[in-house]
Design a binder for this molecule. Sequence first.
Ligand code: ADE
Length: 252
Amino acid sequence: ISPLGILVPLAQEAEALFALMKQDGATHTQRIGGRDYHSGHLFGRSCVLTLSRVGKVAAATAAAGLIHAYKVGAILNVGVAGGAAATVKVGDIVVADAMLQHDLDARPIFPRYEVPLTGMSRFAADAAIGNSLSQAIEAFLAEDLLQLSAEIRERFALAAPRLHRGLIISGDQFVNGHAAVAALRDDIPDALAIEMESGAVAQICHDYGIPCGVLRTISDSADDNAHVDFPAFLATVASFYSHHILRRFLQR
Ligand code: ADE
C-alpha cells in the first residue's frame, strides 16, 4: 500500500508533525533538491512528510519529489491560510473542494486563471479525502478543541470555530491589506481562503493522476492585520489543530 505524502509549507507545523512521527517508530530522512523527506508512520499510517517551504514553486517541487521518490498514493497539503470570505474567521478550518491559482493571468492568450494548455482553472480536490477530513474535523471541533488552553483560545478570539468546504485560492503573495483581499473577493466571489501552495499541489496531482486533499487552519483575515501574531498562532493553534485532526483522519 503506497504511503500518504504530507506536504507542509511552514517549519513550525512540519516540525510538530515530524515529532509525532518519531513517536510512532523509526523514521528515515532523505534530502532531495534541498528539502528533507521524512518517511515513517504517523498515527499508524505509512507517510512521507516534507517541509515544502512557502510558495507555488516550492510546493510543486515538493509534490513532484513525493511522487517520484516515494510513489505516494495521495498528497495531503496541511497548513494555514488567510480568510477570503467574510464568513471565514480566524480559528475556522477550510477543506478544499477545488483550488485555483489567483495570480495566473496569461490574457489575452488564455482566459484569466486558466493554466495554459490545460483548459482548466479549477482543479478538484479528492472528494473521499475531503469527506473523511471533514468528519475528522467535526469530531475535533466537538471533542478536542476544549483541550486547547482557555488563554490561547481567548488570545486568538476563538469563539466557536467552524468547518468550511469549497474553493481555496493560491498565489505567490502574502495577502496583507484590506484593498488586496477586497479585490480578490470581487474577482473570485466563492473563494473561502487564500494561501500560497495548494493550487500548485493540485496542478501537479492532476498531471500525475494522484488524489489530493487540502486542510487549512485560518490564521488571519488577509487584511491589514494579517501579520499579527502569526508565529504565535502557528506554534499554538495551528500545530494543535493539525496534530488532532490528522490523528482522527489517519486512525480511522
Ligand atoms: N497564509 C496564511 N495567511 C495568508 C495570507 N494572508 N495570504 C497568503 N497566504 C497566507
